[in-house]
Design a protein around this ligand. Structure first.
Ligand code: GLA
Length: 397
C-alpha cells in the first residue's frame, strides 16, 4: 500500500512526495463505552491502517486523492465546508479546520491517501486517517504536535466537524500505541501505561461481516443516556462511581439508565482486572473477564447483535477456557477480539469458518494481528506507571 500511495502521487503530481506517513488502526482488547465516561480502556494497535503521501504547496489549496474511493477533491484553506458527496473528505477538512482554529500556520498541500483496514468493521479507519494526516502535517509544517495534542485534534474533528460524539480512545492508541503492547489508558486524566502482550499470547480479530446500521445514532444516544445518568447521580462522569455508590441511585435512575451506568462502572473494573491478568497469562481469569464484558455490553449496554452473540459463543466454546473473546468497539456488528493460548488458534478459526456460516449465513474473516508503534510514538513517550492506581482501584471497589 505504501508503494502504491507513493507511485500514484508521483503519477498525478509529476513529482515524488516530500514525505509519507502511516497511522495504525486499532482493536480494543477491553473497555468499551468507558472512554467518554472518563473510564479505563485497554486497546492495542494493528499493523494495518492508513498511509498518506504529501508535499506542501505555496498557495492555500488542498488537493487530495483517496485511492480507496478513487475520488479526488480540492478545497481552499479559507473556505472549508462540510462535503456530503465525499463523506471521507470530512475527516481531512475537519483536521485542517480544527488546526487552523487553534492557530496553527498551514499552507496548502497535495495529498494521496490509501488504507488497508476493512471498511465499516469498527477498527478505527477514521482515527487512523486523522492521525496519519496529523503526523504528515506536523512534519510538513513543523507544528511540533505531541501525540496527546494530535489525538485531541482528531477527536475534535469527529465531535465538531464530522458529527460523531466519540471518545478519545481510538485517537490516543493510533497516535501513541507501542508495538507488541496494549495501552492501559485512563480517559479522564489521559495518563497511560504500556503493558506488553506476552509472545505466547495470540491476538485475533474476527470480522463478523454483519451489515452495520444505526451505529452513529445509537452511539450518540448511549452517550446521552450516560450523561443523563451521571447528572442524576450528581457526578461529573459515571466513572466516579463504584458499584456501591451506584446502587444508591438505582431507583432514581430507573431500570434503563441503571443498566447503562452499571455497564460503565463494572467495565472499568474488568479493564483493570484484565490488565493484571495479561502479563501472567492467567487464562481462566482472561476468559471470565472477557466473557463478562461481552455479557455486559449485550445485556446492560445493549450494543451487541444476535449474530455477534452467536459468533462470540462459538468462539468461547472453541477456546475451552484457554483464552477470552468479546465484541469490541462501538458495537452493532463489527469485530470480536480474541486473546488466547496460541494452540487454540486453529480450533477458533475452524469453528468460525464452519459454525458461524451455518448458523448465520455470514462468512466471518479472521485477522492474525501484530501491533505496531503509533504515528506519534517516540521512545521517550511518557508512560505513567498507573499500576498502583490499578491495584488500589481493584481493592477499593
Ligand atoms: C468507538 C468510539 C470510541 C469508543 C468505542 C467504544 O470506537 O470511536 O471512542 O467509545 O466506540 O468503546
Amino acid at each position: 500500500m505504501l508503494n502504491k500511495v507513493k507511485s500514484e502521487f508521483t503519477s498525478i503530481f509529476n513529482e515524488a512526495p516530500l514525505i509519507t506517513r502511516f497511522a495504525p488502526g486499532r482493536v480494543n482488547i477491553i473497555g468499551d463505552h468507558t472512554d467518554y465516561n472518563g473510564g479505563y480502556v485497554f486497546p492495542t494497535t494493528l499493523n494495518i491502517g492508513t498511509y498518506i503521501a504529501g508535499s506542501s504547496r505555496k498557495d492555500k489549496l488542498v488537493n487530495v486523492l483517496a485511492l480507496n474511493f478513487n475520488q479526488q477533491i480540492r478545497f481552499e484553506l479559507n473556505d472549508i465546508q462540510h462535503d456530503t458527496l465525499h463523506p471521507w473528505s470530512n475527516y481531512i477538512r475537519g483536521v485542517y479546520k480544527v488546526l487552523l482554529n487553534k492557530g496553527y500556520q498551514l499552507s496548502g498541500a497535495n495529498l494521496v491517501i490509501g488504507g488497508n483496514l476493512p471498511q465499516g468493521a469498527g477498527l478505527s479507519s477514521s482515527a487512523s486517517l486523522e492521525l496519519a494526516l496529523l503526523k504528515l502535517l506536523d512534519d510538513l509544517h513543523h507544528l511540533l504536535l505531541d501525540g496527546t495534542e494530535a489525538a485531541k485534534i482528531g477527536q475534535a474533528t469527529e465531535n465538531e466537524f464530522v458529527g460523531c460524539q466519540c471518545g478519545i480512545m481510538d485517537q490516543m492508541i493510533s497516535a501513541k500505541g507501542r508495538a507488541n503492547s496494549g495501552m492501559l489508558l485512563h480517559c479522564d486524566t489521559l495518563q497511560y501505561e504500556y503493558i506488553a502482550i506476552p509472545k505466547n499470547a495470540q491476538l485475533l480479530v474476527i470480522n463478523s461481516n454483519i451489515q452495520r446500521g444505526l451505529v452513529d445514532s445509537e452511539y450518540n444516544l448511549r452517550r446521552e443516556q450516560c450523561e443523563q445518568a451521571a447528572q442524576i447521580c450528581k457526578v461529573g462522569h459515571l466513572s466516579e462511581l463504584n458499584i456501591d455508590t451506584l446502587e444508591e441511585f438505582e431507583s432514581a435512575l430507573g431500570a434503563l439508565l441503571f443498566k447503562r451506568a452499571k455497564h460503565v462502572v463494572s467495565e472499568n473494573l474488568r479493564v483493570l482486572e484484565l490488565a493484571e491478568a495479561i502479563p501472567e497469562l492467567d487464562w481462566t481469569k482472561i476468559s471470565n473477564v472477557m466473557r463478562h464484558s461481552h455479557a455486559s455490553l449485550r445485556d446492560d449496554f445493549a450494543v451487541s447483535t444476535r449474530n455477534m452473540d452467536i459468533l462470540v459463543d462459538i468462539i468461547d466454546t472453541a477456546l475451552a477456557g484457554q483464552g477470552g473473546v468479546r465484541m469490541t468497539g462501538g458495537g452493532f456488528g463489527g469485530c470480536a477480539v480474541v486473546l488466547c493460548e496460541p494452540n487454540r488458534k486453529n480450533a477458533v478459526i475452524n469453528a468460525v469458518l464452519t459454525e458461524y456460516l451455518k448458523l448465520t449465513g455470514l462468512q466471518a474473516e479472521v485477522y492474525e494481528c501484530k501491533s505496531v508503534d503509533g504515528a506519534f510514538y517516540t521512545n521517550d513517550s511518557s508512560s505513567a506507571n498507573i499500576a498502583n492506581v490499578v491495584a488500589s482501584k481493584v481493592v477499593s471497589n
